[in-house]
Design a protein around this ligand. Structure first.
Ligand SMILES: Nc1nc2c(c(=O)[nH]1)N[C@H]1C(S)=C(S)[C@@H](COP(=O)(O)OP(=O)(O)OC[C@H]3O[C@@H](n4cnc5c(=O)[nH]c(N)nc54)[C@H](O)[C@@H]3O)O[C@H]1N2
Ligand SMILES: Nc1nc2c(c(=O)[nH]1)N[C@H]1C(S)=C(S)[C@@H](COP(=O)(O)OP(=O)(O)OC[C@H]3O[C@@H](n4cnc5c(=O)[nH]c(N)nc54)[C@H](O)[C@@H]3O)O[C@H]1N2
Ligand code: SF4
Ligand SMILES: [Mo]
Length: 824
């Protein structure tokens, strides 16, 4: 049942766990959200981000109309004009410079239907493969690892395997913060079965270690050495599954020989031989082992080899294809999987079919009725922006991603976009670091407005359903792309009226696999859904040969048949290589980057929730107290981290789980929410040679304290534009935004530079505090609090937020001041 008592089923907007939700619109217009008890990903559970979904569907900051930059100024344009402009610019550029002079940069936050149409237009009709996705930054190394080992990009396990395992290993995954509902399932499984062992492999003691039996704090980038050591151990301790190896694998000897070359595992990984032995023994002695891995593995110049080093160990011990075991790459974005399925990556063709297979190319040509099918792979994300920087790509369309924040070397990305002749951005939000570089902005429907499908980490396809009307003139991404395609002359092939039509076509296309090369990606059972059936679609886990009216849990490779030429899985000979960038006397610290619990990427959505903003309100570096002391850094003070490429400022956060000599910084803050807080300003664009995935997790840097004795807190109804001379960060509070400014400059100077605010001003002073309110009638529109004594604590900041939300009827400005004076 899709709708019951006013509740409509849909899927969470955020991570790859893909939790089912139920939502209803309250009389107040607010969206109430709860977990869907019948959804097999979460059985009713939600994490903090899922619970707060209703807070983020507000109109604040939305991009409401198509806009074009004309003579440096944004002007509203009609949809028809905007779509025609995109079609004309792309058509002209292709006519003049050829199909490879244009590009699409897309995202795992698009729906499968959006993704399918964008891929069809670029590869099928423009005739270029210059369509890549931000999944390149996220899953590309796993895709390569799967293809090399299994002959296909398939995730073998299902979530249930976590509950059935005897051992779960987390490698470079902070499941507790990044896939919280899956982590909860693991935690409960461990409570129910105290024998279930959880092992964490991560340079820092991350939050998932709370339930771990062993934490292996390996040196950054040394995973291949660790798993090659395990492979050698399995061979030395009669823990190989000889029968499985002989019957179902290729290239075992070569891979084992390469692994055995690795003799100094302890030195390379920084682990003691006791720690290694303990870890290896647990893996060898248990039959049901799941190895979950994520960005600590993928985002590395050896990402693909790291993946294969893990898969090698599972193959060597036959730990694949039955309950409670297998290698498990957990996906980041809600539809990272959908993008991989559809084929919207520059390195693959469509629906898991490939460029190097003439039969597959012919099948697609016929299926799409096209003569212009691209014939070779296109540019991967980092190369695509390099081509943009040198003017080879002259028009780009960016959909549902914010590359000025999320790609390495932010300044270069920004400059490349600013120099490009024509930049189109489809987004839900008007002002982002990337929309600032656009020539044309197209308003897209966001989560709760759009409708279609997403696939989660366990290959489960779920519906996202429309819950609310779209604000302004926002449109679905699939519609926008189809309309442009029609205007480029491909009317018939893109004449879609409903997302269900796109889905059916895509499902039918996966069926081609049956004829050209059997693959697990087969949704043929969904190719003939009626509109009604699509509307009511229950979660389906691929392969879907027949519509699944009951929930199923299908592991892959239970028959031990893989998708290689001889049906056997491939071992891969891999060797550890040191990360390309090493610390030096000048840059003696290693910067690791990742995620915090309550924010999502560049904060365009989680940044709208007061609840979510309160968990971590400022950008920070985690650092071991001993390292901090070495660099004269105090907890809570501001520090500058820099290298040859850029500079970042953030708060120092002591954390004794950090390795000495390393820093960890979250990726969320950027020019919209802080002064200089983008870690990608520091990360240089080195990539894995096979996957093209950047190395985001080990950048040599230096650190120095930044003296900021003066603090100003400003609560304000409207966002402020602040310069970069002072450190500042912004967070959402009830009724507006709160800015926290820290500076070495005089307070009077900082205040004199704040943007002017209309209204009546009232001001009070007491000791070291200065309090100034600006009112418009009963409403306070700005509240400024100044301290001449060092730091505001987070309690001070939340007091200011609380007082800002009061009206004069509830508490006069003077009462508010007294309240603060007494409390502080
Ligand atoms: N709250 C929240 N959740 C999210 C997201 C979000 O933005 N916020 N984003 C989603 C997305 S798109 C993704 S891709 C996932 C990412 O999910 P995760 O991969 O779990 O998250 P990260 O924090 O990027 O990195 C994981 C860990 O890798 C470790 N690491 C760094 N270098 C190495 C190494 O060399 N070896 C090993 N073994 N470990 C290393 C880091 O210390 C870190 O703890 O999260 C998803 N979920
Ligand atoms: N240093 C460092 N950098 C990293 C990483 C790291 O660990 N360290 N991780 C990388 C990874 S794994 C990822 S996945 C990326 C994520 O990085 P991004 O993809 O750049 O981050 P988001 O903030 O998710 O950007 C999504 C954008 O799409 C918009 N949007 C949301 N929904 C829709 C929609 O339906 N349609 C359209 N058209 N727009 C929409 C949002 O408003 C937002 O502007 O960051 C990567 N960058
Ligand atoms: S675990 Fe992921 S999918 Fe589930 S509620 Fe949290 S963010 Fe949403
Ligand atoms: Mo990601």
């Amino acid at each position: 049942m899709v709708t019951h008592d006013g509740w409509t089923k849909s899927t969470c907007a955020y991570c790859g766990v893909g939790c089912g939700i139920e939502a209803r619109v309250l009389g107040s217009g607010k969206l109430e959200v709860r977990g869907d008890k019948s959804h097999p990903a979460n059985f009713g559970k939600l994490c903090t981000k899922g619970i707060a979904l209703g807070d983020t569907v507000i109109e604040d900051g939305r991009l409401l109309y198509p806009q074009q930059r004309i003579a440096g100024k944004w002007q509203r344009v009609a949809w028809d004009e905007a779509l025609t402009t995109v079609a004309d610019k792309f058509t002209q550029t292709i006519a003049e410079y050829g199909p490879d002079s244009v590009a699409f940069y897309v995202s795992g936050q698009l729906l499968t239907e959006d993704y399918y149409v964008a891929n069809k237009l670029m590869k099928g009709f423009i005739g270029s493969s210059n369509i890549d996705s931000n999944s390149r930054l996220c899953m590309a190394s796993s895709v390569v690892g799967h293809k090399r080992a299994f002959g296909m990009d398939s995730v073998p396990v299902v979530y249930e395997d976590l509950e059935q395992a005897e051992v779960v290993i987390l490698v470079g995954s902070n499941l507790a913060w990044c896939h919280p509902v899956l982590y909860q399932r693991l935690r409960v499984a461990k409570e129910n079965n105290p024998d279930l062992k959880v092992l964490v492999v991560d340079p820092r003691r991350n939050e998932s270690c709370d339930i771990a039996d062993q934490h292996l704090p390996i040196h950054s980038g040394s995973d291949v050495a660790l798993f090659n050591g395990l492979f050698g151990y399995l061979a030395d301790h009669q823990a190989l599954d000889r029968e499985f190896i002989t019957k179902h694998t290729n290239q075992f000897e070569a891979a084992l020989a390469a692994a055995q070359q690795e003799t100094n595992t302890a030195d390379v990984t920084g682990l003691t031989s006791t720690e290694l032995d303990q870890f290896y023994r647990v893996f060898a002695e248990h039959k049901r082992v799941v190895t979950i891995y994520s960005q600590g593995v993928n985002q590395s110049t050896q990402g693909s080899d790291k993946v294969n080093s893990i898969i090698n160990c599972h193959l060597a011990s036959g730990k694949i294809g039955y309950a409670g075991c297998g290698p498990f790459s957990v996906t980041g974005q809600p539809n990272a999987m959908g993008g991989r399925e559809v084929g919207a990556l520059a390195s693959t063709l469509a629906a898991h079919m490939e460029f190097d297979q003439p039969q597959e190319m012919a099948a697609i040509r016929e299926f799409w009725h096209t003569d212009s099918l691209a014939s070779k792979p296109g540019l991967k994300a980092v190369d695509m922006f390099d081509a943009l920087a040198v003017g080879k790509i002259k028009a780009i369309w960016i959909m549902a991603t914010n590359p000025v924040v999320s790609l390495p070397n932010s300044d270069k990305i920004q400059a490349a976009l600013e120099n490009c002749q024509f930049v189109v951005v489809s987004d839900c939000i008007a002002d982002t670091a990337t929309t600032r570089c656009a020539d044309l902005l197209l308003p897209a429907q966001g989560w709760s407005e759009k409708s279609g499908t997403v696939t989660n980490s366990e290959r489960r396809i779920s519906r996202q359903r429309k819950l609310l009307a779209s604000p302004g003139q926002a449109k679905p991404d699939w519609w926008i792309v189809s309309q442009v395609a029609q205007r480029m002359g491909f009317k018939e092939q893109f004449d879609y009226h409903h997302e269900g039509e796109v889905f059916r076509e895509y499902a039918a296309m996966t069926g081609l696999n049956q004829h050209v090369k059997p693959r697990d990606l087969n949704l043929i059972g969904l190719a003939k859904l009626t509109d009604q059936e699509y509307h009511h679609l229950m979660p389906q886990q691929w392969p879907v040969l027949e519509y699944q009216s009951e929930l199923v849990n299908q592991r892959l490779f239970t028959d031990k048949q893989f998708y290689t030429a001889n049906g056997k899985a491939n071992f891969l000979a891999v060797s550890h290589r040191m990360p390309q960038r090493q610390i030096s006397a000048q840059y003696p610290l290693l910067l690791n980057t990742g995620r915090t619990r309550d924010h999502w990427h560049t904060m365009t959505r989680t940044g709208l929730s007061t609840r979510l903003a309160s968990f971590h309100c400022d950008p920070y570096f985690m650092i071991h107290p001993d390292t901090a002391q070495q660099y004269q850094l105090n907890d809570g003070h501001i520090a500058t981290v820099s290298n040859q490429q850029g500079k970042v400022r953030a708060k120092v956060m002591f954390n004794d789980g950090m390795k000495r000599g390393e820093l960890f910084m979250p990726i969320h803050w950027n020019e919209l929410t802080a002064a200089d807080a983008k870690p990608c300003s520091l990360v240089d664009p080195r990539v894995d040679a096979y996957s093209g995935q950047p190395e985001f997790k080990c950048t040599p840097v230096e650190i120095a304290p930044e003296p900021t004795p003066n603090s100003v807190v400003v609560a304000t109804e409207n966002p402020l534009t602040l310069g970069r001379s002072d450190y500042w960060s912004r967070q959402k509070i009830a009724g507006g935004y709160l800015y926290y400014i820290r500076s070495g400059r005089e307070v009077a100077q900082i205040l004199s530079e704040l943007p002017k605010q209309e209204g009546d001003e009232v001001s009070y002073r007491s000791g070291s505090w200065h309090f100034k309110a600006t009112r418009q009638g009963a409403k306070t529109v700005r509240l400024v609090v100044v301290s001449t004594v060092a730091n505001f604590t987070s309690e001070h900041v939340s007091d200011v937020a609380e007082l800002f939300a009061q009206t004069e009827e509830v508490m006069s400005t003077q009462q508010r001041f007294y309240w603060l004076e007494q409390r502080w």
